[in-house]
Design a protein around this ligand. Structure first.
Ligand code: ADP
Ligand code: 5SP
Length: 499
């Protein structure tokens, strides 16, 4: 039996999956790392930690593997998107990576609009200038850390840096490059026009390949540290949301995905590169060749729940903290939560908005707050679904993945708030499975990603919307939507008091 490894470089942890030729996850290892948050709105990680934790995870996986290690034929990657890793001419990292959920770059976003023009930007890069994307981060470094910018010879995205450290080869691929704002999304080329307009050195952009493309073998040093065979083939991989889509079989029109990791996304497959969403949702290249996807993003989805856990419980784990949420009625006994802990992207591109609990009552207990957080995250994701439905998409079934898909009650809440059937897969690790599928397809095990998906991606349970809950949630959702407007000015005024 042959195997492949999918490495998902997430925001909370790296997750490494060993998958066999029948698509069965034979083992998985996860190693977490922290966010570095020096100031409100800042979010960084040390790239060295990604490499160390991945090597440790691979070693653990290989140590427990019973069989000839040469049978592990290929590896591929899925990674948190948009993060900026700047390297000097000797390929040494110049500063911590600035991550997708870092919103310090509002000024740079305005500059991009001024210099490129909003219409031109959306025409070429297909997306608006959002704080989380890579280009505003490069401009922030240029303005605030000119020495680092001067020394910079190339930039890489998080999983591309990890792959470089495992292979010694430097590439980007289209699905992640699309999240930089520097890619001409339909032409699949770095945009020299955008680089010129904003004054970014074009040579900073790495060579581009397809997600399933073979890029090299692992380095001897990595083979020694992990126990993997030196001839293990490495394939480029994709952005975590593109890989989540591949791993969930979102490979044709009409398919929709909800992924609740640190962020939360609602994603829809697009065959065409010419649909008009006026920048309301993200429009990126898929990990499937010449396909696209659109998506709405809640910045602090799973992060809101982990923030609540870390702040208000005594080292509880998610399973025990969520115990009993099924007994709290719809609406958390009159408590509403908005998940704007780090600003928001969809539908309110606003880096200054912050979250709130509305309706706190002396009778509320911790479990009401937990349910309110989960409902608030799901209402926020429903705003992306609403945009898609208004654009004419028919959404009656949604595949749900990510850490949030581990909890049955939350999956039922998704069915009730989205008013759609929710499908749970055999593994909630969609991005890691997608990465493994890119390796399997790259190794030539299947003639297409769709053929591979029919083997690797199995629906194990479907949650049907419960009519009486759907009605109650419709009412609560319209209240939820009013909270943004009513708190935007207030929370903005508080920004002067933040760290
Ligand atoms: N047992 C659980 N039940 C519900 N949600 C969970 C559970 N375990 C983790 N989560 C949620 O999943 C999130 C992590 O999801 P994951 O997909 O691993 O994220 P990432 O890819 O960003 O590292 C956590 O922040 C938490 O909100
Ligand atoms: O910024 C985005 C998408 O545009 C995020 O979805 C990141 O890609 C991080 O993903 P997770 O770690 O939450 O999976």
């Amino acid at each position: 039996m042959k195997y492949v490894i999918g490495i998902d470089l997430g925001t909370s942890a790296v997750k490494v999956l060993l998958v066999n030729q029948q698509g069965v996850v034979c083992s998985e290892v996860s190693k977490s790392y922290p966010l570095i948050q020096e100031k409100s709105g800042y979010s960084e990680q040390n790239p060295e930690e990604w490499v160390e934790k991945t090597v440790l995870a691979l070693k653990e996986l290989v140590d427990s593997f019973k069989g000839p290690v040469e049978n592990i034929e290929g590896i591929s990657f899925s990674g948190q998107m948009h993060g900026l890793v700047l390297l000097d001419e000797n390929h040494v990292v110049l500063r911590n990576a600035i991550l997708w959920n870092d919103v310090r770059t509002t000024k740079q976003c305005h500059e991009i609009y001024q210099r490129v023009g909003e219409k031109q930007l959306v025409e070429v890069a297909k997306n608006p200038a959002l704080e989380g994307f890579t280009l505003p981060k490069i401009l922030w470094v240029k303005e605030n850390e000119p020495t680092n910018y001067e020394k910079a010879a190339i930039f890489l995205l998080p999983k591309d840096y990890l792959r470089f450290r495992l292979t010694g080869k430097m590439h980007s691929e289209y699905s992640d490059a699309a999240g930089t704002l520097l890619l001409n999304v339909s032409k699949k080329q770095w945009s020299s026009e955008i680089c010129e307009a904003v004054g970014v050195k074009f040579q900073l952009c790495p060579p581009l390949v397809e997600s399933h493309e073979f890029v090299g073998n692992i380095l001897a040093e990595i083979s020694e540290k992990t126990g993997l065979a030196e001839n293990t083939k490495v394939f480029a991989g994709g952005a975590d949301n593109a890989c989540g889509a591949i791993g969930s079989g979102i490979l044709e029109d009409g398919k929709t995905l909800c992924s609740i990791g640190t962020s939360g996304v609602v994603l829809s497959y697009e065959e065409s590169k010419d649909r008009e969403f006026e920048g309301k949702v993200h429009y990126f290249n898929h990990g499937k060749e010449n396909a696209f996807y659109t998506m709405g993003v809640t910045l602090a989805a799973g992060y809101s729940l982990s923030w609540f856990k870390d702040t208000f419980t005594n080292n509880e784990d998610f399973t025990s903290m969520l115990q009993g949420i099924e007994d709290v009625p719809v609406g958390a006994n009159g408590l509403l939560f908005t998940p704007y802990l780090a600003g928001e992207r969809t539908p309110h591109a606003d880096s200054l908005i912050r979250g709130s609990f509305i309706g706190m009552d002396a009778s509320h207990q911790k479990i009401d707050f937990v349910r309110a957080v989960i409902e608030g995250i799901t209402f926020s994701l429903n705003q992306s679904i609403e945009i898609f439905r208004k654009s004419g998409k028919h959404i009656d079934t949604i595949v749900s993945i990510g850490g949030g898909a581990k909890n049955d009650t939350w999956l039922q809440i998704q069915a009730d708030i989205f008013n759609a059937k929710i499908q749970k897969l055999s593994s909630e690790q969609g991005p890691g499975i997608g990465a493994a599928m890119l390796a399997a397809y790259g190794c030539g095990w299947y003639s297409s990603l769709s053929e591979c998906a029919s083997e690797f991606s199995q629906v194990v349970k479907t949650y049907e919307p419960i009519e009486s809950n759907v009605e109650k949630y419709k009412e609560l959702y319209s209240l939820y939507k009013r909270v943004y407007k009513q708190t935007a000015e207030l929370t903005k005024s508080l920004s002067a008091f933040r760290k």
